[in-house]
Design a protein around this ligand. Structure first.
Ligand SMILES: Nc1ncnc2c1ncn2[C@@H]1O[C@H](COP(=O)(O)OP(=O)(O)O)[C@@H](O)[C@H]1O
Ligand SMILES: [Mg+2]
Length: 561
């Protein structure tokens, strides 16, 4: 399977390079005028190379030599792009154009030679060229464009299945009138629906409390940030600057003071360890009668050790019929599942082990497949993945289904998706910012709508990409955003999806995340970063560097191509 993924990414890199070069030929026509013929020839060769990569893909050879060839394809595609972009840059800042012309011609011809060598090695290897569109699973641009006209991606609320029982149980726990502060917990594995249940009940009961706050705890949360977040929700956003300036012990005192005379509800979403609770518990006083802390956690012990009297609520897994119901809603968002799909669908629903996350992601994937044969292929893929993991944990399958949703992405969405992994777990990914970053990275081609020649702006195309990721349930949308993509402001990702995303980004050598927990990187000595030992040893080139600064730590992101 690794080779399969590998060739898919190579295909994706190649397609992007070809598109990028087309764009440059149009946009930079003046700069490229004198070397236009060379660039066009290079582009043609890259196109034919793509045909070979598609065949390598369909052969799914498990062979080191093939793997090496595909690696060379990725390299040559990146080099081709670099050569042209560097040339444009140099010409723009130079008077002696002719000097650069000669050198770029030599470089292009060198890249073309390399492509020829790769193609002939592939031919020796029995790999033939496949016409574009014949092989592979990537959905076409036209399909994407059809999808852009579909309705709102967010139908989360009305899609909820079988939550009545646990909603009742949780509401009852949260509204009990105990004298003591009580810890209520929702427990279960990732993707079971803990956050979904907690959100639903939180909405319904928060008016019964004097004050209520919801905070998500990432695996590497910083206590100070948690206190600031809760206080901001209680005191209002305009206090944030003042709060930022306070020391941690002052924040604890302030929070205690705010809560102690109130009947309060604070949700700590996704608390992983007892140590995590120990690091923040001082800030939560007894409060008034009926005050509650709600934990959602994968670890039952966290809640029972924090409050031995707490009785956890565990959302149950979906029954096969319920999974099928949910799968249908996601796969056919406008209804109208045809009867011949039912048998295959039920079989796939069963493979999801009753886990809503697995069901919705598989449903999102199936929503892009309208033919019975395509469903059969997806079922085949699901089975082959599951067989590999049968001996492992009961629910290991969810990771396989998440990975399947990645493999199925069309080439133009792969880099956009991998890019998302570079936002920290607890950061808000803003649509506007994301769209600009994607454009800046060159992931978004200039697209012409089929049928007419109206140009869509890059922003619109990028929003369309995001919409497709949302429709595939790989990115979530905040509740209440029911006005389609234009209403989406932030785009959270389930943490299991994010884990898959970052691990794929690492595997594909697309991005690396370096976490600086203990060392503060001084802005003035940023060049010191480049002395970072492993960094330059391992990587030949760096495309972008991201620095994310949380309240109390600095995260550094590197993107390598
Ligand atoms: N009962 C349900 N019906 C439909 N979809 C659900 C249900 N429970 C969870 N989901 C969906 O599954 C995904 C994962 O749920 P989430 O609550 O984030 O899981 P957890 O917090 O347990 O990791 C979410 O996208 C959510 O919309
Ligand atoms: Mg959760």
């Amino acid at each position: 399977m690794a080779e399969f993924v590998f060739t898919k990414l190579a295909e994706s890199v190649l397609s992007q390079t070809v598109e990028r070069i087309s764009e440059l030929l149009m946009q930079e026509a003046a700069s490229l005028k004198s070397v236009r013929d060379d660039v066009v020839l290079l582009q043609d060769e890259l196109r034919s190379l793509k045909g070979f990569v598609k065949d390598a893909d369909s052969k799914q050879e498990h062979d080191l030599r093939l793997r090496e060839l595909v690696r060379q394809v990725k390299d040559v595609a990146s080099d081709a792009e670099d050569v042209i972009e560097n040339y444009i840059h140099e010409v723009a800042s130079s008077y002696i154009k002719a000097f650069h012309n000669k050198s770029v011609r030599a470089q292009i011809s060198f890249v073309r030679e390399r492509i020829k060598v790769i193609i002939s090695s592939m031919q020796i290897y029995g790999i033939a060229s496949v016409a574009a569109g014949e092989a592979g699973t990537s959905s076409s641009m036209a399909e994407l464009q059809r999808s852009l006209r579909r309705s709102s991606p967010n139908e989360e609320d009305k899609d909820l299945i079988s939550l009545d029982e646990s909603t009742r149980a949780l509401t009852e726990e949260l509204t009990k009138e105990e004298d003591q502060l009580c810890i209520v917990s929702v427990v279960g594995m990732g993707g079971l629906g803990k956050t979904t249940l907690a959100k639903k009940v939180f909405k319904n009961v928060k008016h019964r409390f004097d004050t209520a706050a919801w905070v998500f705890l990432s695996q590497r949360f910083v206590p100070k940030d948690v206190f600031i977040e809760i206080l901001t929700q209680i005191l209002g956003k305009d206090k944030i600057e003042k709060l930022n300036a306070l020391k941690e012990h002052h924040l604890i005192e302030l929070l205690k003071e705010e809560l102690k005379e109130k009947r309060y509800l604070v949700v700590l979403d996704d608390i992983w360890t007892i140590a995590a609770w120990d690091s923040i518990k001082l800030a939560f006083p007894q409060g008034k009668k009926g005050s509650k802390l709600l934990f959602t956690t994968r670890n039952r012990e966290v809640a029972t050790s924090a409050d031995p009297s707490s009785s956890p609520v565990e959302p149950r897994v979906l029954k096969v019929e319920e999974s099928w119901e949910l799968l249908q809603r996601k796969a056919f968002p406008r209804g109208g599942c045809r009867p011949e799909f039912k048998e295959l669908g039920m079989e796939m629903a069963q493979k999801c082990g009753g886990l809503p996350l697995a069901v919705i992601v598989l449903g999102g994937l199936l929503s892009t497949k309208s033919l019975l044969d395509e469903w059969k292929r997806v079922l085949g893929d699901v089975k082959s993945y599951m067989n590999k993991v049968q001996s492992h944990q009961q629910y290991e399958g969810v990771n396989e289904i998440l990975a399947l949703s990645y493999y199925d992405l069309p080439y133009y969405l792969k880099p956009c998706f991998l890019y998302l992994g570079n936002f920290p777990e607890d950061s808000e990914m803003h649509k506007r910012q994301l769209v600009r970053l994607w454009i800046g990275e060159g992931f978004i081609p200039t697209l012409t709508t089929s049928g007419d020649t109206k140009q869509r702006s890059k922003e619109q195309v990028a929003e369309g990409y995001l919409e497709e990721l949302i429709r595939r349930c790989m990115v979530q949308v905040d509740e209440g955003d029911d006005t389609g993509i234009s209403g989406v402001k932030t785009c959270p990702m389930h943490d299991l999806m994010r884990d898959m995303c970052t691990s794929k980004a690492r595997e594909e050598n697309f991005a690396q995340i370096i976490q600086q927990n203990s060392t503060w990187i001084d802005g003035a000595t940023i060049t010191a970063l480049f002395k970072y030992e492993d960094l330059m040893d391992k990587q030949q080139s760096i495309r972008s560097i991201f620095l994310h600064r949380a309240q109390s730590c600095t995260l550094l992101f590197e993107f390598f191509y």
